[in-house]
Ligand binder design. Structure first.
Ligand code: GDP
Length: 171
C-alpha cells in the first residue's frame, strides 16, 4: 500500500509569543496541559495533529544552539512563525530572527510555505495582521508562499484558518 508521508512543521518565534499555547490548543483534549514552565536550554516540543508532525522551539535566547536548528530546517515541510502582536518593543527582534531564518542555507532556496500568526490579537493596542506584516516586511519574501492571520492562541480564534492554509500549501 501507499506509505503515508511524514509532514514536518516547524513552529518558531520569540519566547512568549504564544507557541506553546498554540500547540496546546491543537493538542487532543486529554493531552492538554496548563504547564507554562519557562524553557531552559534547548527545549523542543513535539506532537502530531491531522497528519502534521509539529516541532516547536524559541529562537530568542537560544542563539548558542543555532547550529542544532539546521537539523530541523532541513527536514521541515512548512513553517509557522508566531509573533506577539502586542509586543511592539520586540517586533524588530522578531524581524531579525525571521531574516536569519529566511537566509539560512537549508531554507533560503526551498519553496517552503510559511504561516505567520499575528498572535494575541485580543490584547488592546495589538498590531493588526497588516501592521505585523508591514513591520516584518513580508512583502520582501519572494520565493515562498506565505500567509498571515491574526490569532488568539488561548481561545483558538484564527488558529484553524491558519493551519488549514498551511496544510493545503504543503500538499
Ligand atoms: P511561548 O514562549 O512562545 O511558548 O509562549 P506561551 O505559549 O508560553 O505564551 C506566553 C504567554 O502569553 C502566556 O502567559 C500565555 O498565556 C500568553 N498568551 C499566549 N497566546 C495568547 C493570546 O493569543 N492572547 C493572550 N492574551 N495571551 C496569550
Amino acid at each position: 500500500g501507499l506509505r503515508r508521508r511524514v509532514v514536518n512543521v516547524l513552529v518558531v518565534g520569540l519566547d512568549n509569543s504564544g507557541k506553546s499555547s498554540l500547540l496546546n490548543f491543537l493538542r487532543p483534549r486529554e493531552a492538554q496541559t496548563d504547564d507554562r514552565t519557562p524553557t531552559v536550554g534547548f527545549n523542543v516540543e513535539h506532537f502530531s495533529y491531522n497528519g502534521l508532525s509539529f516541532s516547536a522551539f524559541d529562537m530568542s535566547g537560544q542563539s548558542r544552539y543555532r547550529t542544532l536548528w539546521g537539523n530541523y530546517y532541513r527536514s521541515t515541510n512548512g513553517i509557522i512563525f508566531v509573533i506577539d502582536s502586542s509586543d511592539k518593543g520586540r517586533i524588530l527582534i522578531a524581524r531579525e530572527e525571521l531574516q536569519q531564518l529566511l537566509s539560512h542555507p537549508d531554507i533560503s532556496k526551498r519553496n517552503i510555505p510559511i504561516l505567520f500568526f499575528a498572535n494575541k490579537m485580543d490584547i488592546r493596542d495589538a498590531l493588526s495582521d497588516v501592521g505585523v506584516s508591514s513591520a516584518l516586511t513580508l512583502e520582501n519574501i519572494i520565493n515562498k508562499s506565505w500567509y498571515i492571520c491574526s490569532s488568539n492562541a488561548l481561545t483558538g480564534e484564527g488558529v484553524v484558518t491558519g493551519i488549514e492554509w498551511l496544510s493545503s500549501a504543503i500538499k
